[in-house]
Write a protein that binds this ligand. Structure first.
Ligand code: GDP
Ligand code: IMO
Ligand code: MG
Length: 435
């Protein structure tokens, strides 16, 4: 057992605390061996979680996997993976991921479970996502076009279709066709081959029958039996539908609230909430980003950090670490500790800045503003700190980091008032410092 996970309790959740892509997948993969169950709680295939594993045929080579729906603990063959009720599930994508894992010899039968209450995401949701973005023109959100907004809209509108409904395919088909007719009236006629999609779903329904469970019962029973559960968040706090930079957000609660509603595990059962924070900030898609860098340095971080979207391949916008954002998400989620990722990417930058707060009309803001107009005008306060030149990717003990790197980590810790328990220094599983 990893000595770090030994210090954690029975139900641990890992959440993004910026605008997504902080490195959630990697930490989940690294610590998953100490959990019996890994569960996804919210979001859909808008998420792209990257894992590197040693190629079993050639251990000097790393194999890269990007998962959109399968929980990132899948490579730990002793655990079960659960897709929680809060997820919006595009079944063909899940099947592709399962097939890919099978090709690599990873056992998935009897290990992957889907909540019967999970909402199904169909091809027409993706088409509508595209239509809505086009209708918004310059105001577009810059979504991943994975149909997330339209599927959650169906859920809230109460005409969504859930996984258990696949078990009675004729009734399912009627509901599917009725919804599609409604959307064709709402968005004028759009091209979509319903017969083809239904035929594909009919096949998939047979395949997934053994995977369907009452997930809240399953997870709570596992807790009663003393099992340990790791819950994988998707997206990031600043993309949360309530607390993020609305309307430039996703359509679910990507903060800890979504973990509770999206799994059916009670709030009082959660023992640890780990916030994942990149040592700088990135954002993909539109919307405000106060500490964004528009110069060559932003470009340099983008290249060194490989900052291109895992789901869409779009370049990620890059900027300084924003402790005002970090403090806000620490408060929203009640982080018990932080995993600071990609510290290695900052090596070689002579001087580093950290955003500490925002001013509006010359006045210091106490809280993160709801108004995008204000957010667009804020003046950002920074502290500036010396950087370091050394390559830190092989460092495994905190005290072996250059002093400037330790000062940077400790400054962030001080500004957030939360312990940085682990630090990422590269993409591979071993590239971690546990403090
Ligand atoms: P997620 O969506 O939060 O799981 O993050 P993504 O997988 O979308 O993006 C994070 C990227 O950073 C991936 O390419 C990871 O392989 C990479 N990564 C994670 N941790 C580190 C780290 O500590 N150092 C470096 N250099 N890359 C990292
Ligand atoms: P992971 O789990 C980064 C962003 C999109 C867009 C906005 C709304 O990999 O961290 P949506 O398709 O959800 O309607 O898009 O949210 N977004 C993400 N950005 N990482 C993600 O997930 C994201 N999920 C959504 O780019 O700006
Ligand atoms: Mg990602």
């Amino acid at each position: 057992m990893n000595s770090y996970t030994q210090s954690l309790g029975q139900v641990v959740t890992v959440l993004g605390s910026q605008w997504g892509d902080e490195g959630k997948g990697k930490l989940i993969d690294v610590i998953s061996e100490d959990y019996e169950i890994i569960a996804r709680a919210a979001g859909g295939a808008n998420a792209g979680h990257t894992i590197y594993i040693k190629d079993p045929q050639n251990p000097s080579k790393q194999l890269k996997f990007i998962f959109h729906l399968i929980p990132s603990g899948i490579f730990n063959e002793n655990c079960s993976c659960v897709i929680g009720n809060g997820v919006v599930l595009e079944l063909p994508t899940l099947m592709e991921e399962i097939d890919l894992l099978k090709e690599h010899g990873v056992k998935t039968d009897g290990r992957v479970f889907i909540s019967d209450r999970t909402h199904l995401l169909f091809k027409y949701h993706k088409i509508i996502d595209g239509i809505q973005e086009e209708m918004k023109g310059d105001e577009k959100v810059g979504t991943t076009k994975r149909g997330i907004g339209p599927c959650y809209t169906d859920k809230v509108r109460r005409n969504g279709i859930r996984v258990h409904e696949l078990l009675d395919f004729d009734t399912f088909e009627k509901k599917y066709r009725a919804n599609l007719e409604m959307f064709k009236r709402m968005y004028s006629h759009f091209g979509h081959d319903a017969d083809a999609e239904l035929a594909e779903l009919k096949e998939i329904a047979e395949r997934i029958k053994p995977m369907i469970i009452e997930s809240s019962y399953f997870l709570n029973k596992a807790l009663e039996d003393g099992k340990k559960i790791l819950i994988e968040g998707a997206n990031g706090a600043m993309l949360d539908i309530d607390h993020g930079t609305y309307p430039f957000v996703t359509s679910s609660n990507s903060t800890v609230a979504g973990v509770i509603s999206g799994t059916g595990i009670a709030a009082t059962k959660i023992t640890n909430v780990i916030g994942i924070m990149k040592a700088y900030t990135t954002r993909v898609g539109e919307g405000p980003f106060p500490s964004e860098l528009f110069d060559g340095l932003g470009k340099q971080i983008q290249e060194t950090g490989g900052e291109y979207g895992s789901t869409t391949g779009r370049p990620r916008r890059c900027g300084w670490f924003d402790a005002f954002v970090g403090k806000y998400s620490t408060q929203l989620n009640g982080f018990t500790e932080i995993n600071l990722t990609k510290l290695d990417v900052l090596s070689g930058i002579p001087s580093l800045k950290i955003a500490t707060g925002y001013k509006h009309d010359g006045k210091q803001l106490d809280s993160f503003p709801s108004s995008l107009e204000i957010l667009g005008k804020v003046e950002v306060d920074y502290v500036e700190m010396p950087g370091w030149d050394e390559d830190i990717s092989t460092v495994r003990n905190y005290n072996d980091l250059p002093e400037a790197a330790r000062n940077y980590v400790e400054k962030i810790e001080e500004l957030l008032g939360c312990k940085i328990a682990s630090i990422g220094v590269g993409v591979a599983r071993e590239d971690m410092i546990f403090r």
